[in-house]
Design a protein around this ligand. Sequence first.
Ligand code: ADP
Ligand code: NI
Length: 205
Amino acid sequence: MMEQKRQLEEMERYAYTIFRKDATGHDFYHMKRVAKMGRKIAFEEGADPFLTEAIGWMHDIGDHKLFDEPADAVAEAQGFLRRIGLEENVMREIFQACRNIPFSKGRTPDTLEGKIIQDADRLDAIGAIGIARTFAFGGAASRLIHWPNDPKHSSVQHFYDKLLKLKETLHTKTALRMAESRHAYMQDFLNRFFEEWEMPCDDIR
Ligand code: ADP
Ligand code: NI
């Protein structure tokens, strides 16, 4: 137990060194929210809290959007986990889950712990935090906030392409319960956004 607590603290420090400078919404605090939210859901759902939190800390390592050399990033993280004393089979389980978590992959992790982190990652993409992350990501990728005549690449379009659909993809009841109000808040935000957008005059389009 004490050993696992120390290992999770080491993982937190590792996530801090890797992600602290990220300005695309995948910063240290995204990892922290996903790891801790995952741990909370794990207790509710009867999953292994250690394994779940560990997957949470590691889940964005090797993501192709975030790393120039994804394979090197994964290899380095595996070396780190070995040094802090994780067993090979636990490590394999962590990275096996991480490979299936990203939305872009369209896959479902095969363990409950992996599914929980996929849920926690998606919860962090909706609600107030999700709204903030979307515009941060969009800005970092030079996307426009909103462009009515050509909405394809705007951040507002991302709500319709992905974020409003996430609630339906969650695996656990616990995450679904938390998603309801976050989903409603995004819809309120979009209604307000278009209301204010239209307000100055009728022909701003
Ligand atoms: P995943 O880790 O599940 O693959 P992403 O890393 O692609 O998900 O997305 C994480 C967050 O980054 C999204 O929830 C969203 O806030 C933001 N994001 C991703 N793609 C876009 C986009 N095209 N426009 C605006 N925001 C985006
Ligand atoms: Ni993530």
